[in-house]
Design a protein around this ligand. Structure first.
Ligand SMILES: [Zn+2]
Length: 227
């Protein structure tokens, strides 16, 4: 079928990058979750203190099930740490917790890419759900306008993946700064924190690359059908 032609190969580099990034996150996280910080204080305690010291009193620190499910919710101002992070005093745990605190600081300071990302989430969810069906119906009935709309709707999710990059890189930079300035990590431990956060950032790069390639693929399919 036209939808599964040679252009499917275009996405392969993105998928491979994604698989590689995921395995790197697992191995780097595994390594640094066994390295305890000299400070020896649990991540939940450190993150609460980081927020307080940076004048952010609005955030509630909570616990969430699962592994590497840590996240900050700007709508409810809650920062949830996963089971393996909450009570842990490891280099990995402090890095991940501080990264989430970085997002909370972005919210407090009105960091534009975060505001933008939060604002477009509902629209992106709506658009991405409709894009593939419309695109396929457009192709089936050679209804070009519909195919184009499908591509435009898909582009919304590509924009989201791209806006995510500055948000994530900036949160990690804030994390390292807060941890080092506050004296929570030593020089060696800082390297570990960077390794964990860089590995995590790579998964977002892979997602953005995959999304861009998928978008390119839709454009190519649509153009060929028209010729
Ligand atoms: Zn993040």
């Amino acid at each position: 079928m036209f939808y599964f032609d040679w252009t499917i190969w275009l996405i392969i580099p993105g998928l491979l990058l994604g698989i590689w990034a995921q395995s790197r996150v697992s191995s780097v996280y595994h390594r640094y979750s066994r390295v305890q910080t000299r400070l020896g204080r649990p991540a939940s305690e450190v993150v609460a203190e980081l927020l307080r010291r940076n004048g952010n009193d609005a955030v509630t620190v909570g616990r969430v099930n699962g592994s590497l499910t840590d996240h900050y919710n700007p709508a409810t101002e809650t920062l949830n740490l996963s089971e393996g992070v909450f009570d842990s005093a490891s280099v990995a745990a402090l890095g991940i917790a501080a990264h989430e605190a970085g997002h909370a600081m972005q919210k407090q300071e009105g960091y534009v890419p975060l505001m933008l990302r939060t604002a477009i989430v509902p629209a992106v969810n709506f658009c991405s759900g409709l894009s593939t069906p419309l695109f396929l119906i457009g192709l089936l009935f050679t209804w070009e306008a519909l195919t184009t709309i499908g591509i435009i709707l898909f582009a919304a999710s590509t924009v989201f993946a791209l806006v995510t990059l500055p948000v994530e890189f900036n949160a990690s930079r804030r994390a390292v700064r807060m941890l080092t300035e506050g004296g929570y990590v030593t020089r060696d431990e800082e390297e570990g924190v960077r390794a964990v956060l860089n590995a995590a950032a790579l998964t977002y790069v892979a997602a953005a690359v995959t999304s861009l390639l998928s978008l390119l693929r839709l454009v190519l399919i649509a153009r060929r059908r028209r010729d």
